[in-house]
Design a binder for this molecule. Structure first.
Ligand SMILES: C[S@@+](CC[C@H](N)C(=O)[O-])C[C@H]1O[C@@H](n2cnc3c(N)ncnc32)[C@H](O)[C@@H]1O
Length: 287
C-alpha cells in the first residue's frame, strides 16, 4: 500500500491512475464512508448525460458534484461535457477535503482528519489502515494494528494541539490534477446541512456513490436530497444519483427538478438508483 507521505510528496504529473486509486480507496473517513474511487467509473453513463444536458440545460452549465472524494470522476465528467461542447464549470464538494499529515516519530507519519480521526499510518517499511479487519483476527495482526492506532493517534492529536508545529503538514484529500484543473473548484461541504450559498445556483447535481442506504438512514437521505433540490435551478435543473456495484456495474437514476415540489423521473441506468423511492418522496422546500 502506498505510503501517505509518498503520495503527497510525488509531483502530480508523476502520480499514476493506479497510485490515485490505491491511495483514495484505502481511506475510511470519520463518518464511516469510504473514499473509494476508480478511473472511467462512469464512461458508460457520461455520453447519455452529455446528450441530455445539451438538450435540456444552458450551454454555460453549472454543475455541483457532491461527495467527490479524489475528484477523479469529477475530472472525467468535466472533460466529457467539455469535449461534447458544453461550457461547463464544476463545483466539487466533500465532507472531508482537508487533512493533516503529522510526523509522529522519526520516519513515521499519521494522516488524520482535522478532528484527529486517523486515516492512515506510515511506518518505516509499511503503510497501514487504522481499522481492524476480520482477517486481522485470524492472523493476529489486530494486536499490532490496535497498538499502532492508539500510539499514533494519541501522538498526532498531541502534536496538533501545539500551533505552528513543523511536524504538521496541511494536505488536501483530492487528486492534485483535479485541483489543478481550470473549471473545477473543490471545497468542503456536508450535504446533510443546507448551504444557502448554493441556493438555485446549479443546472445539474451529481451524487455518485454517496447517497447509499449502506451509509445513511432514509431520514438523512431525505434531508440531503431536499438540500440538493434547493440547489437546482427551476425547472430544467436535474439530479443524478448513482451507485457502482462490486462488479463495477452502475445503477442510477436521472431526475428533473421541475416547477413543483417533487422530483420527476427522467431515465434509469441499470436497475435504477436504490434510493429512487426516497428521492421521489421528498418535498423540496420552497425558498
Ligand atoms: C465512495 S466516495 C465517492 C467518490 C466519487 N463520487 C465517485 O463516485 O467516484 C464517497 C465520498 O462521499 C463523501 N461524503 C460522505 N458523507 C458526506 C456528506 N455528508 N457530505 C459530503 N460528502 C460526503 C466521502 O468523504 C467520500 O469522499
Amino acid at each position: 500500500m502506498l505510503a501517505a507521505k509518498t503520495f503527497f510528496d510525488t509531483p502530480w504529473e508523476q502520480l499514476t491512475p493506479r497510485m490515485e486509486e490505491d491511495f483514495f480507496t484505502s481511506l475510511m473517513t470519520g463518518n464511516k464512508t469510504y473514499k473509494t474511487t476508480f478511473h472511467h467509473r462512469f464512461s458508460d453513463i457520461n455520453p447519455y448525460l452529455l446528450d441530455y444536458l445539451l438538450h435540456h440545460a444552458p450551454a454555460a452549465l453549472k454543475v455541483l458534484d457532491v461527495g467527490v472524494s479524489s475528484g477523479i470522476s469529477t475530472v472525467e465528467l468535466y472533460d466529457d461535457l467539455r469535449q461534447g461542447g458544453l461550457d461547463v464549470e464544476i463545483l466539487g464538494t466533500d465532507i472531508l477535503v482537508d487533512a493533516f499529515l503529522v510526523r509522529v516519530f522519526p520516519k513515521c507519519h499519521a494522516l488524520v482528519e482535522p478532528s484527529g480521526f486517523p486515516l492512515r499510518f506510515d511506518l518505516p517499511l509499511v503503510s497501514m489502515k487504522p481499522w481492524v479487519t476480520r482477517h486481522d483476527y485470524y492472523s493476529g495482526l489486530f494486536i499490532l494494528r490496535k497498538l499502532v492506532n492508539a500510539l499514533f493517534t494519541h501522538r498526532a492529536r498531541q502534536i496538533l494541539r501545539s500551533p505552528g508545529d513543523t511536524r504538521v503538514s496541511e494536505v488536501k484529500l483530492v487528486a492534485p490534477r483535479a485541483l489543478a484543473k481550470a473549471g473545477i473548484t473543490v471545497c468542503s461541504d456536508d450535504i446533510s446541512r443546507y448551504n444557502s450559498a448554493f441556493e438555485a445556483r446549479f443546472d445539474f447535481v451529481r451524487a455518485a456513490n454517496v447517497l447509499n442506504h449502506g451509509y445513511f438512514s432514509p431520514a438523512a437521505l431525505s434531508t440531503m436530497i431536499a438540500n440538493t433540490g434547493r440547489y437546482l435551478r427551476k425547472p430544467h435543473g436535474s439530479l443524478f444519483v448513482v451507485r457502482t456495484h462490486e462488479n463495477r456495474a452502475n445503477h442510477g437514476t436521472l431526475f428533473r427538478r421541475g416547477e413543483g415540489e417533487h422530483f420527476e423521473l427522467v431515465h434509469r441506468f441499470g436497475s435504477g438508483s436504490e434510493i429512487e423511492d426516497v428521492v421521489m418522496g421528498v418535498d423540496i422546500p420552497a425558498k
